[in-house]
Design a protein around this ligand. Structure first.
Ligand code: AMP
Length: 214
C-alpha cells in the first residue's frame, strides 16, 4: 500500500510513519529527514536547503521532486511506501502524479493528521531527535530511558533548529497556505482519509491502522 501523510509540523507523521515501517514493512520516505541528512553532511543540496529550512520556508519544488524521484526509483515496490512531508505544494502534487504514472504506481490513501494548535505547540517544544538516525522522542510524553541519549542507538538527542517558537509559527503559516490546498487535490481523487491525531502514540497508531483497514 502506498501512502501520503499530511499534517502540520508536530502532527505526528514521522512518528507514525516509523511505526508503520517497523511493524508493517512499508518504506518511509521523509523529505525532512533526507534534507537534514544533507545539511549534516554539508552536501551541495544541504547547503542550498539549509537557508530555507532555518527560516521555516519550503525548499524549491524542483529540488524536492528530484529527491523524491530518486528515492522512489530505489524503493522496492512490493512493500509499499509512505511519503512523509511530500507533496507540500500543488506543483509537487502534480509532479508526483506524473512521476507515479511513469513508474506505474499509485497512491492508495492520503492521510490527513488532524491536531489542535495547542497540542502542536506542546509536542514541538518537547521534541528531541537522535543524531544518528532521526529517532524521535518527547521529553514529557515519550522520554528516552536515559535523558539526552537515544534508546535505540545510544547517540545524543538534539532539538531541531526549526523547533524554535518563531520558526514554528512560520512553518504553521506555510502549512496552512501551501499544503492545506493539496488536501483538496487528493479529495477529488477519492483517496483522502482524515485521522484524529490527538492522544498518545499508540492511540493514534491504532486509529491509523483502522483508517487504512489493516
Ligand atoms: P519536516 O521535517 O517535514 O517538518 O521538514 C522540515 C523542513 O524541510 C521544512 O520546513 C522545509 O523547509 C523542508 N521540506 C521538507 N519537505 C519539503 C517539501 N516537500 N517541500 C519543500 N520543503 C520541504
Amino acid at each position: 500500500m502506498n501512502l501520503i501523510f499530511f499534517g502540520p509540523p508536530g502532527g505526528g507523521k514521522g512518528t507514525q510513519a516509523r511505526l508503520l515501517q517497523q511493524r508493517r514493512g512499508m518504506v518511509q520516505i521523509s523529505t525532512g529527514d533526507i534534507l537534514r541528512d544533507a545539511v549534516e553532511a554539508a552536501t551541495e543540496l544541504g547547503v542550498r536547503a539549509r537557508s530555507y529550512m532555518d527560516r521555516g520556508e519550503l525548499v524549491p519544488d524542483a529540488v524536492m521532486v528530484g529527491i523524491v524521484e530518486e528515492r522512489l526509483r530505489l524503493t522496492d515496490d512490493a512493500a509499499g511506501f509512505i511519503l512523509d512531508g511530500f507533496p507540500r505544494t500543488l506543483a509537487q502534487a502534480e509532479a508526483l502524479e506524473e512521476l507515479l504514472g511513469r513508474l506505474r504506481r499509485r497512491i492508495h490513501r492520503a492521510v490527513d493528521f488532524q491536531v489542535s494548535a495547542e497540542t502542536l505547540v506542546r509536542r514541538l517544544g518537547g521534541r528531541r531527535v537522535c543524531q544518528a538516525a532521526g529517532h524521535i522522542y518527547h521529553v514529557e510524553f515519550t522520554p528516552p530511558r536515559r535523558p539526552g541519549v537515544c534508546d535505540l542507538d545510544g547517540s545524543p538527542l538534539y532539538q531541531r533548529e526549526d523547533d524554535r517558537p518563531e520558526t514554528i509559527r512560520r512553518r504553521m503559516e506555510v502549512y496552512r497556505a501551501q499544503t492545506e490546498p493539496v488536501l483538496e487535490f487528493y479529495r477529488t481523487r477519492g483517496v483522502y482519509a482524515a485521522l484524529d491525531a490527538e492522544g498518545t502514540v499508540e492511540e493514534v497508531y491504532a486509529r491509523l491502522e483502522a483508517v487504512l483497514g489493516l
